[in-house]
Design a binder for this molecule. Structure first.
Ligand SMILES: Nc1nc2c(ncn2[C@@H]2O[C@H](COP(=O)(O)OP(=O)(O)OP(=O)(O)O)[C@@H](O)[C@H]2O)c(=O)[nH]1
Length: 553
């Protein structure tokens, strides 16, 4: 004996049959078709629901409702999945299919609930409420709903396999960042892709939990390793700086490095510090060469001096021996002629030794003078080196101030503006499409373009204005005693000058343009905030199409 059909299934089949036979989905047609499919006998005559309800209200057309239902099923609604919608329809059909009028109303309110559902509402709230105490028939049972369940199941399966694939891809994307876990990740990916039943999924869930735990621990380890390395570096630098007390060159670099690692580390400060350190190293390299040369000169002078002294000692030693010989000869001499010959020899040797001593004396004097000069030069170089080591304020490529120089200038100018109650403005410039210039003409041409721009800026602005390299292709201009309008005009003048003073590359004229943000310092405004506002305005200038000047609000 076959199992009786579930009401929801009969209702669904009724709707399908109506559509299939192209019958108008009126309540009577629905009721008749329902009875036909369920095999129920025709009910006793009841009030006509063809055109009006028993309460006298007009019943809207079913076709419209079904069309609406189909349309709304496909339409995305926040917080409600298609599956949940289908489940809702299923529940309504199950509970109310026996009464077309109630069914109609419930389907309508279900539709309304989709379109008015608040974001994130639980799908359960979207199923029309059921009177307390009503027992719900099962929405599906393998025996009765077999032909209609597969679409839902198929959709679930499709969703699950999509989720599996997403999980596999997520794991896949972790491989490059976790090379040490490569084989473990590979195994998990294979497991994810093969998890097609509950047991395998459970097993996978366990493995994944262990894997995430391991990742968490590793993340913690990495942070600790990094902290440890920084601590170690600090110790090392401290220790080295104590050891090299006398070596100014090395001490300068150590100071720069200490500055980097004593402040909190972030990407930008490390990049700045790296550029500063490079500047220090370049400058120190040049000075160190001069110092080495000066020291070599001094060494060679000392050698000459010692040689001369040796010669002198040797020749005076020889003279003393000779004098001794002459004194013996004098003692033995017994006539005047002999004595006169000896005296002549003595005079001759004395004159020779005197001349030699004089020459040596002059040579020594000149050597001493040169040695003094070399020593002075060395002292000067060492002083310069010491200063450079401690504070390099210039960008080595462009000759503009570097970040450190800019900080000092801003500090000075802001204080001056506070004292004198005069305005001060800043402009942040960023060369337009600089990457493209680098890519098409080469990095060296890019470097020369930066030098060119700095030169034009220096030529165009007043001597009191300062230009510094703020970043790669960004420049900050400090304009003391300048209001917003005048600062904007200065930038516009610079733009015009750049269209006249072309950057030449292989005899080709290249137009360098920039976008700028200009900000007038507010009362007691910190340098950082002032630059921040200029930066924002510069960004707006870029967004608005580049090669323009914008003011900060
Ligand atoms: N030649 C050279 N290039 C540099 C230097 N510093 C930074 N750059 C380059 O400047 C380029 C900046 O590129 P982006 O930030 O994309 O800016 P852009 O191409 O100017 O684009 P916009 O700012 O939107 O106009 C990068 O390619 C950097 O490599 C430098 O000292 N010399």
């Amino acid at each position: 004996m076959s199992n009786p059909k579930a009401p929801s299934e009969i209702a669904r089949e009724t709707l399908t049959a109506l559509a299939f036979r192209k019958l108008a989905p009126t309540p009577e047609n629905y009721a008749q078709m329902y009875r036909e499919i369920s095999g129920e006998p025709a009910p006793a005559p009841s009030p006509d629901i063809g055109a009006t309800t028993s309460k006298g209200k007009l019943v809207p057309a079913w076709s419209e409702l079904i069309r609406d239902l189909l349309r709304q099923l496909e339409t995305p609604h926040k917080g409600i999945t298609i599956t949940r919608k289908k489940d809702g329809v299923e529940t309504v059909l199950t509970r109310f299919s026996k009464d077309p009028e109630v069914l109609f109303g419930k389907l309508q309110s279900l539709l309304r609930s989709w379109s008015t559902a608040p974001a994130g509402a639980s799908p359960d709230e979207l199923v029309p409420s059921v009177k307390p105490g009503t027992t719900l028939p099962p929405t599906s049972s393998p025996a009765t709903s077999a032909p209609s369940v597969p679409p839902v199941q198929a959709e679930h399966q499709e969703l699950i396999s999509q989720l599996r694939e997403l999980l596999a891809q997520t794991l896949e994307s972790m491989r490059s960042s976790q090379p040490e876990l490569e084989s473990e990740i590979q195994t998990l990916i294979a497991q994810v892709r093969a998890s097609d039943n509950k047991d395998r999924l459970n097993d996978l869930a366990k493995q994944l939990r262990q894997f995430w735990l391991k990742l968490e621990l590793r993340g913690g380890d990495k942070a600790k390793i990094q902290e440890g390395l920084v601590r170690l570096l600090r110790l090392l630098v401290e220790n080295v700086s104590e050891m090299v007390e006398d070596d100014k060159w090395l001490r300068g670099q150590i100071t720069a490095l200490q500055e980097i690692i004593t402040n909190p580390l972030d990407k930008r400060s490390i990049a700045d510090a790296e550029r500063n350190l490079r500047d220090v190293i370049i400058k120190q390299g040049t000075l160190k060469q001069s110092l080495t040369d000066a020291k070599a000169t001094l060494k060679s002078l000392m050698t000459t001096f010692i040689d001369r002294l040796g010669d002198l000692t040797a020749s005076t030693g020889e003279y003393h021996n000779k004098i001794e010989g002459y004194s013996q000869k004098i003692g033995k001499a017994d006539n005047l002629t002999e004595l006169s010959h000896i005296l002549k020899d003595v005079m001759h040797d004395t004159r020779v030794i005197q001349a030699s001593a004089m020459r040596s004396h002059e040579e020594l004097l000149s050597s001493k003078k040169q040695a003094d000069e070399a020593e002075t030069r060395i002292r000067e170089l060492e002083n310069e080196l010491e200063q450079i080591s401690e504070l390099v304020r210039e960008d080595q490529l462009t000759g503009a101030l570097n970040r450190r120089g800019l900080d000092e200038t801003l500090d000075r100018e802001l204080k001056r503006s506070d004292r004198s109650k005069t305005p001060v403005s800043v402009a942040l410039l960023d060369i337009d499409n600089f990457k493209q210039l680098n890519d098409s003409l080469g990095h060296l041409a890019g470097d020369r373009a930066l030098i060119h721009l700095t030169k034009v800026i220096k030529e165009t602005l007043r001597p009191a204005d300062t230009v510094g390299r703020y970043g790669g292709e960004e420049f900050l201009i400090v304009l003391p005693d300048t209001g917003l309008k005048a600062a904007v005009e200065a930038m516009q003048r610079l733009q015009r000058d750049l269209t006249k003073k072309f950057f030449l590359h292989n005899n080709e004229r290249i137009l360098v343009t920039f976008s700028a943000g200009v900000a007038l310092r507010g009362e007691d405004e910190e340098a950082e905030d002032l630059i921040g506002r200029a930066d924002k305005a510069m960004y707006q200038a870029k967004q608005a199409g580049k090669n323009r000047v914008m003011t900060a609000g």
